[in-house]
Design a protein around this ligand. Structure first.
Ligand code: CA
Ligand code: CA
Length: 331
């Protein structure tokens, strides 16, 4: 019963400075601006996260997955919004058939996984994760000035935050079981997918699935953000980062089956939470591509809920707007 229920529907965060940047509020890499512990890798006990390799695809259950037929599609764009993200150029990419989860992985599914395996996430091992500041009571916000990401001061690296306590150390997932799991690193996501006999999608697979057969459209449903006056994704309405009107029905995450699916039957490819992919960011094996934008994205600041958009985090990072879904090879 912590912060989630105390936050008014319209939030006015007048104390937070407004920074215009293409950074997207995405500076949630684990070591960014962490002055007291620049190399916390010693805390990461690999052996504590070992799960036996399991290549037995009898584990694979495709009931909540969509089979996407292999084809050639146009990936990227020649009209990049954020050139430094390498959204372009437009190029033809040919993929084999694959399965993709219809939904982002929910707290319920991650809970079941942890119950079966005893898995401990990296945020739990490190003891903290990045939390969007509006989750904190106003009186507590100034306490965290020293551990904010430099270019995105609305992120607070907070102790006790994890997938089990997503909105502050005293919060729970009790009423959020059908919401996407958050505060999970790329490493955590890989372990989850492997346990299900699955894997993370490649960036190309994710983008082909996002486009759902549409050519060079901005969003999974077309080019208009709100066709027929309806919201099709959980993003930010209002002025970022000061006012979120929640016009689409959600200030934070939404249930994984909310909003209409795209033509492939996939929900929330754009918005809600960012989704990890397999791919390295600019050939750095420790930094991974994420796709789709999140409930914090607004066109004025982080127009990254487009299929061609991309961003990144280091693979041990976690945050309150970052989750995943799994893919699998066609059997
Ligand atoms: Ca929203
Ligand atoms: Ca998403």
């Amino acid at each position: 019963m912590y912060l989630y229920f105390k936050i008014p529907f319209v939030l006015i965060l007048s104390t937070i400075p407004y920074y215009v940047s293409s950074n997207c509020g995405c500076s949630t890499n684990r070591n960014s601006q962490c002055k007291d512990d620049l190399d916390p890798s010693h805390k990461y006990l690999k052996e504590s996260n070992e799960i036996p390799d399991n290549n037995d695809n009898e584990l694979l259950n495709t009931s909540d997955m969509v089979l996407i037929e292999g084809t050639t599609f146009e990936m990227g764009t020649n009209k990049p919004v954020f050139e430094s993200d390498n959204e372009g150029p437009l190029r033809n990419v040919t993929l084999k058939s694959f399965y993709l989860d219809k939904y982002e992985i929910s707290n319920q599914k991650f809970y079941d996984f942890v119950k079966k395996t005893g898995y401990t996430t990296e945020a739990e091992i490190f003891g903290d994760s990045f939390l969007f500041e509006m989750c904190l009571p106003k009186e507590d916000r100034k306490k965290y000035q020293d551990i904010r990401a430099a270019q995105a001061p609305w992120w607070v690296k907070m102790k006790g935050v994890s997938w089990k306590h997503p909105e502050g150390p005293d919060s729970t997932i009790e009423d959020l079981m059908n919401h996407p799991v958050i505060h999970v690193s790329w490493n955590d996501a890989v372990k989850y997918c492997e346990h299900e006999g699955k894997r993370l999608p490649t960036e190309a697979e994710w983008e082909m699935a996002c486009r759902a057969g549409l050519k060079q459209k901005l969003y999974p449903w077309g080019n208009k953000l709100t066709p027929k006056g309806q919201h099709w994704a959980n993003i930010w309405q209002g002025e970022f980062p000061d006012t979120n009107t929640g016009e689409d029905g959600f200030i934070f995450t939404s249930p994984i089956d909310s909003f209409p699916p795209n033509k492939f039957g996939l929900h929330n490819m754009a918005g809600n939470v960012w989704e990890w992919t397999q791919d390295n960011w600019q050939n750095d094996p420790d930094t991974k591509v994420k796709k789709g934008g999140s409930f914090l994205c607004h066109e004025s600041y982080c127009w990254r809920y487009r299929c061609a958009a991309r961003s990144s985090n280091t693979k041990d990072s976690s945050a309150s707007n970052l989750g995943f879904r799994c893919a699998a090879d066609k059997i």
